[in-house]
Design a protein around this ligand. Structure first.
Ligand code: GLU
Length: 495
């Protein structure tokens, strides 16, 4: 049997560190045994999936050196590797499950289901699907189908007993069936849910081992039951521990940048970032801290992954990156890295376009345009609130700006400016007064090149990271955070 692993990201946002970590461990497991590594794009969420995000995920995995044997761009014998191109397959299998009595139609509208849940809550019960579709007679189903009523297909789940499976990393895991819902497999729009698509694909792509994040443990009974329902041999399943912030909370962009692009823009080396991700729950047999991907593959042992949540600590990554720079790169190579990173004609042309009208000597450039290559600009945080707008308004407007920028796909100055304008208007601020603190956050100065242009050139990850640092300087208490959430909801519904 070919050992074949995969990483199956959903392209709904920035390329996440967690995706690279899961990819790395799957990659090492397969490569160590001469196996194959697959990239599958799980884009069944039609609303949230974007091609930009897919491209960014592929670019960042490639940047890290995690290349796949099969994938949407390179093809492979079991393709296509993008779920949106496999819809017919999922439909066919969902209906097959209905025919074999393993799944059923449900015609309930969302209003009916809301009512059902409200009634359950009123009775003090846990809201869950009550199996009403199972009670329909064959005639009723036929009539509904003939009338063209919208339906979903749900899987049948035992009502009693406990599901037990052997996790490759955790041993036996028991989950009572009463905690498992009758999962929708095919939605009313004809698209599959994660569960159906995932199982159909892992089977057809001949994936032998699945190592995924521990947040998926509770879905294991549904996945493994589906293999059983189809009569397929399931792959080996294992759940890796989640990455955590230094305060042990789940790694999230509120506390740490989580986009791989951010680390690239900050000037971390891909080999150092990969090395650090390799230390998340795993260590070399001789405990050495610095190792290459090849060395990791050589010594890799999935069974030695420790399950306590690994802490992603930027200070440690910083230190490790320094080691890689000093010990592994010649001066020549380091210079080359600088060129590839920022000091290249592509970026410098943009910077010069911004700076030319404002400099008298070439050396003025360092002071004026340093923020295009610097990591986090340092400045006196008091500058953020030194302008016309009140601190409270700046806090709220800045947070709103960050959230709106997070949702922005096409990163260009016209869009950025339009959002800035909306946010300013919403807070009854003149655009000039709103941009004052933004200017400081982005450039570290009170006057420099155009801030919106700077944001476009810096890119989404670095711009948002700088805004988040500024928000951190202003400070957001728990109470204020709640208020901000509320006012964002109000803003969204007023839009
Ligand atoms: N699309 C899922 C995700 O985004 C894949 C989970 C899995 O590996 O099964 O994480």
């Amino acid at each position: 049997m070919t050992i074949r692993t995969r990483v199956a990201p959903s392209p709904t946002g920035d390329p996440h560190l967690g995706t690279a970590y899961i990819a790395l461990f799957n990659y090492c497991f397969a490569k160590q045994q001469g196996g194959e590594f697959v990239l599958r794009i799980e884009d069944t969420d039609q609303v949230r999936s974007t091609r930009e995000s897919e491209q960014a995920i592929m670019d960042s995995l490639k940047w890290l050196g995690l290349n796949w044997d099969h994938g949407p761009d390179v093809g492979g014998e079991f393709g296509p590797y993008r779920q949106s191109e496999r819809s017919d397959l999922y439909k066919k299998y969902a209906h097959q499950l209905v025919e074999t009595g393993k799944a059923f139609y449900c015609f309930a509208t969302s209003e009916e289901l809301d009512e059902m849940r409200d009634a359950q809550v009123a009775e003090g019960l846990r809201p869950q699907y009550d199996g009403r579709g199972l009670k329909l007679s064959d005639d009723e189903i036929a009539a509904n189908l003939a009338a063209g009523k919208p339906y979903v297909i749900r899987m049948k789940i035992p009502t009693q007993g406990t599901f037990v499976f052997e996790d490759y990393l955790r041993g036996d895991i028991e989950i009572p069936w009463e905690n498992v819902d009758m999962q929708v497999l095919l939605k009313a729009d004809g698209f599959p849910t994660y569960f159906l698509a995932n199982v159909v694909d892992d089977h057809h792509m001949q994936i032998s081992h699945i190592f995924r994040g521990e947040e998926w443990i509770n879905s294991a009974p549904k996945l493994l039951k589906l293999y059983d329902d189809f009569g397929w041999t399931p792959p080996t399943l294992g759940h890796l521990p989640l990455l955590r912030n230094p305060d042990k909370s789940k790694l999230s962009k509120r506390k740490n940048p989580t986009s791989i692009n951010y680390y690239k823009e900050m000037g971390f080396l891909p080999e150092a970032l990969l090395n650090y991700l390799g230390r998340m729950g795993w260590s070399m047999p001789d405990e050495r801290e610095k190792f290459s991907l090849e060395e990791m593959i050589e010594h890799f042992d999935m069974k030695r992954v420790s399950l306590g949540g690994p802490i992603f600590d930027i200070d440690k990554l910083n230190w490790l990156n320094g080691l890689w720079i000093r010990e592994n790169l010649t001066d020549e190579q380091l210079m080359q890295r600088f060129f590839e990173w920022k000091y290249n004609p592509q970026l410098m042309t943009k910077v010069i376009g911004q700076a030319k009208t404002r400099i008298n000597t070439l050396s003025d450039m360092v002071e004026l345009a340093g923020h295009f290559v610097a990591g986090m600009p340092s400045y006196d945080p008091a500058l953020l609130t030194a302008g016309k707008a009140e601190e409270e308004v700046i806090r709220e407007a800045l947070q709103l700006f960050i959230w709106e920028l997070e949702a922005l796909r096409a990163w260009d100055k016209t869009e950025i400016f339009a959002i800035a304008k909306q946010v300013a208007t919403h807070h009854e601020l003149k655009i000039k007064d709103f941009l004052e603190p933004i200017f400081v956050a982005i450039t570290g100065k009170t006057s420099s090149t155009s801030v919106v242009d700077a944001m476009e050139i810096l890119g989404s990850d670095m711009s948002r990271a700088r805004l988040r640092v500024a928000l951190g300087h202003i400070g957001v208490s728990k109470k204020q955070a709640k208020k901000l959430e509320k006012s964002y909801q109000a803003y969204l519904s007023a839009k």
